[in-house]
Design a protein around this ligand. Structure first.
Ligand code: CO8
Length: 266
C-alpha cells in the first residue's frame, strides 16, 4: 500500500534575524520520538551554519496544549537497555546542539513541558512561559529517570533541594511557581504575548556585538557546573578571545568616543 509521506515533525520559520523552530506533533502533545530528536539536532546545525544571520531562536510546540509532553513513551516501550542509552544520547545530542548554537535560544512554553520536554527547555538559554504552562520530571512515575539533562540542568536552574523534590515526586508545578523558583525567566498571559516578548528580547540582544554574545554564551555554558577554578579559566579564555574581535575594539572605542558602536559581526 502506498502512503502519503508524513509531514516533517519539525520545521523552521524565519522572521528577519529571528528563527522559530516549531515541533509539530500536536496529536502526541509534541512527544520527542527519535525522528523529532534527529530533526531538532539537524535544525540547529542548519541554523548554526548561517552564522550571524540568525540572532536568536525561539523553540515552540504546535497545538496550544503542550510545549513537549516528554520523550515519546511509545518509542521507549520496547527498547533494550543499550537502546535506551542510545535514545538518551540522541537527546543529549540535541541539548549539545542548542548549547553550541552561537546565539540565544528561548524555549517558549505554552502548556505541558514534561520529562524530556522540560529537559529540552532546560537546554535552551531561557524559558519564557504562559500562565497555562506546567513543568515536571514525571519519569519516576514510569520507572525511568530523567534521560537528557534533567539531573544535571534542573538542579542548576532551581537548586538541588527543589530539583530533588520534583524528580523524586514527579510532581508538576505551574508557571507561577516555576517563575518563583527561577526556572521560568518571564511569564506571560497568553501565547501571543509570549512570542512577542521573546522576539523583543532577541531584538534587544541583536543590538549588541554578535561575537560578544556568542562568547558570553560559550563561557556561561562551559562554566556551568564546572569547579570555580576551571570555570574562571574558561572565562579568562573567552575574555581573551573577545580581544581578538574587531567588534570589541569598535565597542570600546565607541564608548570612549561617546557614540553608537557599528558592529560588523567579526
Ligand atoms: N509520549 C507519547 N505519547 C504521548 C505522550 C508521550 N510522552 N504524552 C501524551 N501522549 C499522547 C497520548 O498518548 C494521547 O494519545 P492518544 O490520543 O492517541 O491516546 C495524546 O498524546 C493526548 O494525551 P492524553 O490523552 O494523555 O492527554 P491528557 O490531557 O489527558 O494528559 C498529560 C496530558 C498529563 C501530559 C499526559 O498525556 C501525560 O501524562 N503524558 C506523559 C507525560 C510523561 O510521562 N512524560 C515523560 C515521558 S518519559 C521521558 O520524557 C524521559 C526523558 C528522557 C528520555 C531520553 C530519550 C529521549
Amino acid at each position: 500500500p502506498v502512503t502519503a509521506p508524513a509531514a516533517p515533525p519539525v520545521r523552521i520559520e524565519r522572521d528577519g534575524v529571528v528563527a522559530t523552530v516549531v515541533i509539530d506533533r500536536p496529536k502526541a502533545l509534541n512527544a520527542l520520538s527519535p525522528e523529532v530528536l534527529r530533526a531538532l539536532a539537524d535544525a540547529f546545525d542548519r541554523l548554526a551554519s548561517e552564522g550571524d544571520a540568525v540572532r536568536g531562536v525561539l523553540v515552540v510546540g504546535e497545538g496550544g496544549r503542550a510545549f513537549v509532553a516528554g520523550a515519546d513513551i511509545r518509542s521507549l516501550a520496547e527498547l533494550t537497555p543499550e537502546e535506551g542509552a542510545e535514545a538518551a544520547r540522541l537527546g543529549h545530542r540535541v541539548a549539545a546542539a542548542i548549547e553550541a548554537f552561537p546565539a540565544p535560544v528561548i524555549a517558549c512554553v505554552d502548556g505541558f513541558a514534561l520529562g524530556g520536554g522540560l529537559e529540552l527547555a532546560l537546554a535552551c538559554d531561557l524559558i519564557y512561559a504562559t500562565d497555562a504552562s506546567g513543568f515536571g520530571q514525571p519519569e519516576v512515575r514510569l520507572g525511568l529517570i530523567p534521560g537528557f539533562g534533567g539531573t544535571v540542568r534542573l538542579p542548576r536552574a532551581v537548586g538541588l533541594p527543589l530539583a530533588k523534590e520534583l524528580i523524586f515526586t514527579g510532581r508538576r508545578i505551574d508557571a507561577e511557581t516555576a517563575e518563583r523558583a527561577g526556572l521560568v525567566a518571564r511569564r506571560f498571559t497568553d501565547r501571543e504575548a509570549l512570542l512577542e516578548g521573546a522576539r523583543a528580547t532577541i531584538a534587544e540582544v541583536a543590538e549588541n556585538a554578535w561575537t560578544a554574545v556568542a562568547l558570553a554564551k560559550r563561557v556561561l555554558v562551559e562554566a556551568a557546573g564546572t569547579p570555580t577554578e576551571r570555570a574562571s579559566e574558561l572565562e579568562v579564555a573567552g575574555f581573551e578571545d573577545a580581544f581578538r574581535t574587531t567588534d570589541m575594539r569598535e565597542g570600546v572605542a565607541a564608548f570612549l568616543e561617546k557614540r553608537e558602536p557599528r558592529f560588523s559581526g567579526r
